[in-house]
Design a protein around this ligand. Structure first.
Ligand SMILES: Cc1cc2nc3c(=O)[nH]c(=O)nc-3n(C[C@H](O)[C@H](O)[C@H](O)COP(=O)(O)O)c2cc1C
Length: 105
C-alpha cells in the first residue's frame, strides 16, 4: 500500500514555545494510522534567511540558490498533504512560516 505522506509543519521557532506539544500529539495519532507516513517539519531545523531572492521561485524550476532552501523545498515536495501547527502572533501567522512559504513554488 502506498502510504499518504503527511508533513506536520511546526511553525513556532520561539524559545519556550508551546507548538511542539500539539505537533507531537498530532504526529503520535498519525503514526497509529497505517495509511499514513508522517514527519514533523520543525522550522527551527529549516531556518532560512529573510527571502530576498532576485526572482520568484516560480521561475527557477525548483532549484534554489541556497542549499538550505533546496533541502526545505525537497521536504515539501515529498508530501501529499500538510498539517500546519502555527501560533497566532499579532493577529497573523508568524514570520517564520511566511518566510519559509515564500521560498516555495
Ligand atoms: C508575540 C505574540 C503575539 C501573540 N498574538 C496573538 C494574537 O494576536 N492572537 C491570539 O489569539 N494569540 C496571540 N498570541 C498567543 C499565541 O498564539 C499562543 O500563546 C500560541 O500558543 C503560541 O505558540 P508558540 O508557543 O508555539 O509560539 C501571541 C503570542 C505572542 C508570543
Amino acid at each position: 500500500m502506498n502510504k499518504l505522506k503527511i508533513k506536520i509543519i511546526l511553525a513556532s521557532v520561539r524559545q519556550g514555545r508551546f507548538g511542539d506539544k500539539p505537533a507531537k500529539w498530532i504526529y503520535d495519532i498519525a503514526e497509529r494510522m497505517e495509511e499514513l507516513s508522517s514527519e514533523i517539519l520543525d522550522l527551527l531545523n529549516h531556518q532560512l534567511p529573510m527571502f530576498a531572492e532576485v526572482v520568484s521561485p516560480a521561475y527557477t524550476q525548483g532549484e534554489y540558490r541556497l542549499k538550505e532552501a533546496n533541502v526545505w523545498a525537497k521536504k515539501i515536495a515529498e508530501a501529499d498533504g500538510f498539517i500546519i501547527v502555527t501560533p497566532e502572533y499579532n493577529h497573523g501567522y508568524p514570520a517564520s512560516l511566511k518566510n519559509n512559504i515564500d521560498y516555495l513554488y
